[in-house]
Design a protein around this ligand. Structure first.
Ligand code: HAM
Length: 409
C-alpha cells in the first residue's frame, strides 16, 4: 500500500485552514510594515548552507536532505530560509541598486530531525529579513512585526526572550571564558558537546541534555560598549510595547548570529519555540557580498497554529445543490455556478445519486441550505430553498435566490 514517509505529513481540515489563516494574517501585517515578498527556491547548493547556517550546527552536521543531481551538483533541500535570502540579495545585486530591503518568505523547510509533536521533517516557515539597516530600530521593528502577526492571528500565550551575543570584538573573550569554564567538566559532557566545546562553546549552554547543568554557573557575556549600547536601545524601543525577558542563556542553534537574538516561546514542552531570530551582521560579507548588516526571524507555522489552542473554524458551506432528475442536472449545475458568482459558498453536483444520497452529502458538508431542483422548478425558472436547520422550504424565482439566501439569518 502507498505509505507516507516518516516525519512527513498530510495536512487537511482545520489545520490546513489554520495555516492558510496564519499566512493571510502575516501577509496583511507584512504589508503594513512595507515588507515585500521574496520567493526563494526550495533547492540550493548544499555548500550554501554549510557556509552560512554553519558547520557546527545540528542542521548542517546531521539534518540536511542532500543529494547529487544528474549534473553531479551537490544540492540540498533548504533547512531554513535565511541563507537563500542572503544569496538572492547578493546575486540580484540589491547591494548596489537598493541596499535597504525588507523581505518576507513563506515556504516549507526540511530537516531530518527525530519526528515528535511539533517537530516535523517538512515544516512551514514564515520568515522576515531586514537587510541593510544596522540600527537597533531594525531589531525592534522585526520583533514587533512578529508580535503583530501573533496578535492578528490570535496567539496570546507566549513569552518573548531576548539576549545579545555580542560581536566579533566581544565574543572571542567570552568564548574563551566559556571554554575555560566548561573544560573542567569536559568528561561529563555529552558526546556532541565534547565535540562542540572548542568550536562553538555557546551551543553547549543550549544543549538539550547538558545545557541546564551549566547555564546558571556559566560566566556571563560582557558586551563591548557598542554592543551594550545597541542592546540597550533595542530594549528601550521595546519597553511598553511588548513584554520580554532578557535571558542570558539564550544562544540559538545557528552560527551566523551577532548581537540581538530572540525567541517567542509557547507551552512548556521541549518544542516550545514558535518563532526565533536575530541579527546576522557578518553573514552577507562572509558569503562574498558587501558588508551588509541584517536582522530577521522565522516562525514555525505549524507550531504557531498549535499555540493557538483551538483552531479557527473552516469557512462553512452555505448551500448544497441537489438535482432530482437527469433532465434537471444542467439547470441545477448552472444554479450552482450562479450562486458562486454571487459569492455564496456552494457545493453540489453529486447528480448520479438519488435525493436521499444527495441530501446525506448535504448534511455531511454541514450546509445551512439545500437548493432542490426538480422538473417543476426547471420549467418555472425557480429553485426550492430548504433551510436545513428548521426544515422550512420555499420557492424562489432564480434571480431572487441569492438575495434570499443572504437575507435569512
Ligand atoms: P530556527 O530557530 O532554526 O531559525 O527555526 C525557526 C522556527 O522554525 C523555530 O522557532 C520553530 O518554530 C520552527 N521549526 C524549526 N524546526 C522545526 C521542525 N523540525 N518542525 C517544526 N517547526 C520547526 C531559523 O530557521 C532562522 N532562519 C531564523 C532567522 C531568520 N534568523 C534570522 N533570520
Amino acid at each position: 500500500m502507498a505509505k507516507l514517509v516518516r516525519g512527513f505529513r498530510d495536512i487537511f481540515g482545520p489545520e490546513a485552514a489554520a495555516l492558510t489563516a496564519l499566512e493571510a494574517a502575516a501577509r496583511k501585517v507584512f504589508k503594513l510594515y512595507g515588507v515585500k515578498e521574496l520567493r526563494i527556491p526550495t533547492v540550493e547548493l548544499k555548500e550554501l548552507f554549510i557556509k552560512s547556517t554553519g558547520t557546527t550546527t545540528d542542521i548542517v552536521q546531521k539534518e540536511m536532505y542532500s543529494f547529487e543531481d544528474a549534473g553531479h551538483r551537490l544540492l540540498a533541500l533548504r533547512p531554513e530560509g535565511t541563507p537563500g535570502v542572503a544569496r538572492a540579495y547578493i546575486e540580484n545585486n540589491f547591494t548596489q541598486a537598493a541596499p535597504v530591503q525588507q523581505f518576507f518568505y513563506i515556504g516549507n523547510m526540511f530537516r531530518a530531525e527525530r519526528p515528535q509533536a511539533g517537530r516535523y521533517r517538512e515544516f512551514e516557515q514564515i520568515g522576515a529579513e531586514f537587510l541593510g539597516n544596522p540600527a537597533p530600530a531594525a531589531d525592534a521593528q522585526a520583533i514587533l512585526l512578529l508580535k503583530d502577526i501573533m496578535q492578528a492571528f490570535g496567539v496570546k500565550n507566549y513569552s518573548v526572550k531576548i539576549n545579545s551575543l555580542g560581536c566579533e570584538k566581544c565574543r572571542p573573550l567570552y568564548r574563551q571564558a566559556l571554554i575555560d569554564y566548561l573544560s573542567s567538566s569536559k568528561d561529563t559532557l555529552c558526546e556532541t558537546c565534547q565535540d562542540r566545546l572548542e568550536r562553538n562553546p555557546l551551543r553547549v549552554l543550549d544543549c538539550k541534555i547538558d545545557g541546564h547543568r551549566f547555564a546558571e554557573g556559566a560566566p556571563k557575556m560582557k558586551l563591548c560598549p557598542e554592543c551594550e549600547e545597541h542592546f540597550n536601545e533595542v530594549k528601550r524601543l521595546l519597553d511598553g510595547k511588548i513584554p520580554y525577558i532578557v535571558d542570558t542563556s539564550l544562544v540559538r542553534g545557528l552560527d551566523y548570529y551577532t548581537r540581538t537574538v530572540f525567541e517567542f516561546q509557547a507551552g512548556d514542552k521541549s518544542q516550545n519555540a514558535i518563532a526565533a531570530g536575530g541579527r546576522y551582521d557578518s553573514l552577507i560579507k562572509s558569503m562574498g557580498g558587501a558588508d551588509i548588516p541584517a536582522v530577521g526571524w522565522a516562525m514555525g507555522a505549524e507550531r504557531t497554529c498549535l499555540a493557538l489552542g483551538s483552531l479557527p473554524a473552516e469557512e462553512e458551506v452555505k448551500v448544497y445543490v441537489v438535482s432530482l432528475e437527469k433532465s434537471c442536472n444542467e439547470y441545477a449545475f448552472n444554479v450552482m455556478q450562479n450562486l458562486r458568482a454571487d459569492g455564496i459558498i456552494t457545493e453540489g453536483g453529486l447528480f448520479e445519486k438519488n435525493l436521499k444520497g444527495q441530501m446525506k452529502q448535504a448534511d455531511r458538508t454541514k450546509a445551512r441550505f439545500a437548493v432542490i431542483i426538480g422538473g417543476e422548478e426547471t420549467a418555472r425558472g425557480s429553485a426550492k430553498l430548504k433551510d436545513l436547520t428548521t426544515g422550512e422550504q420555499k420557492d424562489y424565482p432564480l434571480d431572487a435566490l441569492a438575495g434570499a439566501i443572504k437575507n435569512i439569518k
